[in-house]
Write a protein that binds this ligand. Structure first.
Ligand code: NAD
Ligand code: DAU
Length: 352
């Protein structure tokens, strides 16, 4: 089996590449990645020596590069994306190009090949936002609220159309918020850890009341693998962790683990259109694929903080370059002393 993993130099993709090479000794893995700001060859360092692994630098939205990457492939696992909600609010252009056009370009290349599976790796954000109650299932309506979520929903619909129209054997997976080692430090958990380790302020949007459903990336990757092997084309599988937590409680836990105090917390202007709560019903994946998350949040967070503590050079490089100007754009104004935070917007109706 030759498997093409797109976005294999990123946070989740690199964990997946390691998992596939370690657990499927017959498989050849092609890592197809453009190495944008969040792609990092350090995440797959050492794999060049493995004869079953090949790195191919290229853009999923480039038809020639996509065709080259998929030549001879038996399956594609598509993770390459612009992945950060705040960047999509600043500018949606790259999100449309990579997430929408890039997915269609890959699907077109897949049509011309002889793939047995095309796994479209998606997100719970396509379902929109929940109030205090309820969970999203695979049949919940799509109601994306951020440009990032809308671009992922568009990609999911294009993948669905490729299955129905052209018979591309598409399986869609949707996961909740991932955490773990090697996550780019723009996302909440690595941002809090890296700022806390450096003794810098930790920005918390609004009142810190928004709730996320956390899953360790290793559990997500095992889900993607079983979806590839046991899933049914044309179907969707949710992968959510067991833990839901409001952001303030999460940040306090992380600060404790990093040995920092709560005085680092700064309540800053809320994210525009900030989704209040995500929660995934993963009973289908449990029932039909035999999957369940294995890493409890406490153990996973402790190990994650330790990983960042032990990899200062990785963190320094990730926080260099473009990151500084992004951080200034995103937080400079927010980190000025602010008026009292506005009330958190909670959807009043259940959206699922
Ligand atoms: P990431 O930003 O860490 O990695 C994205 C990778 O895609 C990088 O290696 C980057 O170089 C590559 N890439 C970007 N544009 C590309 C292009 N045009 N062509 C080829 N490669 C390109 O993202 P992540 O957090 O690892 O997310 C991976 C996937 O999982 C995304 O599709 C995301 O929507 C999905 N997802 C993420 C989460 C999460 O919590 N992080 C949850 C659910 C689903
Ligand atoms: O739910 C899955 C999604 O999870 C993935 O599809 C996305 O790729 C991934 O980025 C993530 O999206 P979120 O927007 O939920 O994650 P983020 O880490 O950006 O934010 C988590 C919560 O923390 C959210 O409520 C916003 C808040 N936050 C975030 C940042 C960066 C803060 O309070 N302060 C911050 O500085």
């Amino acid at each position: 089996m030759q498997i093409v993993v797109t976005g294999g130099a990123g946070f989740i993709g690199s964990q997946l590449v390691h998992l596939l090479l370690e657990t499927r000794p017959e498989w050849q893995i092609v890592n197809f990645d453009a190495l944008t700001y969040s792609g990092n060859l350090e995440n797959v360092a050492g794999l060049e020596a493995n004869s079953r692994y090949r790195f191919l630098r290229g853009d999923v939205a480039d038809p020639e590069a996509a065709a080259q990457a998929l030549a001879g492939a038996d399956a594609v696992i598509h993770l390459a994306a612009e992945s950060h909600v705040d960047r999509s609010i600043q500018d949606a252009g790259d999100f449309i190009r990579t997430n929408v056009t890039g997915t269609q370009t890959l699907l077109d290349a897949a049509r011309r090949g002889r793939l047995s599976r095309f796994v479209q790796v998606s997100t719970d954000e396509v379902y929109g936002s929940l109030g205090n109650e309820g969970r999203f299932s695979e049949t919940s309506p799509l109601a994306p609220n951020s440009p990032y979520a809308a671009s992922k929903a568009a990609a999911d619909l294009l993948a669905r159309a490729a299955f129905h129209t052209h018979g591309v054997p598409v399986i869609i997976t949707r996961a909740s918020n991932n955490y773990g080692p090697r996550q780019f430090p723009e996302k909440l958990i690595p941002l809090v850890i890296s700022n806390a380790l450096a003794g810098e302020p930790v920005p918390l949007y609004g009142r810190g009341e928004n709730v996320r459903n956390w899953i360790h990336a290793a559990d997500h990757c095992r889900g993607i693998l079983v979806a590839l092997e046991r899933g049914t084309p044309g179907e969707i599988y949710n992968f959510g962790g067991d833990d839901e937590l409001d952001n303030l409680s999460l940040v306090k836990r992380l600060l404790r683990l990093a040995g920092a105090g709560e005085e680092l917390i700064r309540y800053v202007a809320d994210r525009l259109g900030h989704d209040f709560r995500y929660s995934l019903d993963s009973s289908r994946a449990r029932r039909e694929l035999g999957w369940r998350p294995e890493i409890a949040l406490d153990a996973g967070l402790t190990a994650t903080v330790d990983w960042y503590r032990q990899h200062p050079a990785w963190l320094r490089r990730a926080r260099g370059g473009d990151f500084q100007s992004y951080y200034a754009r995103q937080y400079e104004v927010r980190l000025q002393p602010a008026a009292a935070p506005a009330a958190t917007h909670r959807p009043t109706e259940k959206s699922c």
